[in-house]
Design a protein. Structure first.
Length: 178
């Protein structure tokens, strides 16, 4: 297992930062400021990142779990060195997570789960599938035309589970469900 530090965490990694209050970095010295305006503070345990852009950062995929939704786009996140995982475009490293109540879909790195037999995809396959599920959440009425004897919420969850756990397309899923 690769060990990440202040010298290599920014090279092809996946990480989920946790938002912290401004007080967490008061009195700490910024160790690095990027051209895009992000600033970094390195500690023995991990790194603080203050930035107005999250998601894709150069060749990394960094997400932030926010404390609360506020107006400011700039957020301060902290991640331990052990929370960084290697990424590339070829390997099947990602699985998809869905919160049906909030209709939120996102991907995660396989090293962030202890669940056995996760259905893994590479980066491009994962991105396509996440977009497909988000589209379905935005327009679940597409499923009305399937003429299947299930409540729309049940059908949406069933179809989404197939989209998460298989490579079947919508037509193939429809045929299985019928």
């Amino acid at each position: 297992m690769k060990i990440y530090t202040k010298t290599n965490f920014h090279k092809h990694t996946f990480c989920i930062f946790k938002e912290v209050e401004t007080a967490a970095i008061e009195g700490l010295k910024i160790n690095y400021a990027s051209k895009s305006g992000s600033s970094y503070i390195f500690t023995e345990k991990g790194v603080y990142r203050k930035s107005n852009h999250w998601g894709r950062a150069a060749n990394c995929k960094w997400r932030i779990v926010t404390i609360h939704q506020n107006v400011s786009r700039t957020k301060i996140g902290f991640a331990e060195w052990s929370h960084f995982h290697p990424i590339n475009d070829v390997e099947k490293l990602y699985y998809i997570e869905v919160d049906f109540d909030k209709k939120i879909v996102q991907y995660n790195h396989k090293n962030n789960s202890d669940i056995p037999n996760l259905y893994l995809r590479n980066a491009s396959e994962t991105t396509k599938r996440v977009k497909e599920i988000r589209s379905l959440f935005l327009n679940e009425k597409k499923l009305d035309y399937w003429e299947i004897d299930l409540e729309i919420t049940e059908l949406l969850q069933l179809v989404t589970r197939y989209l998460i756990n298989t490579d079947l397309n919508m037509l193939q899923i429809k045929e299985i469900i019928r």
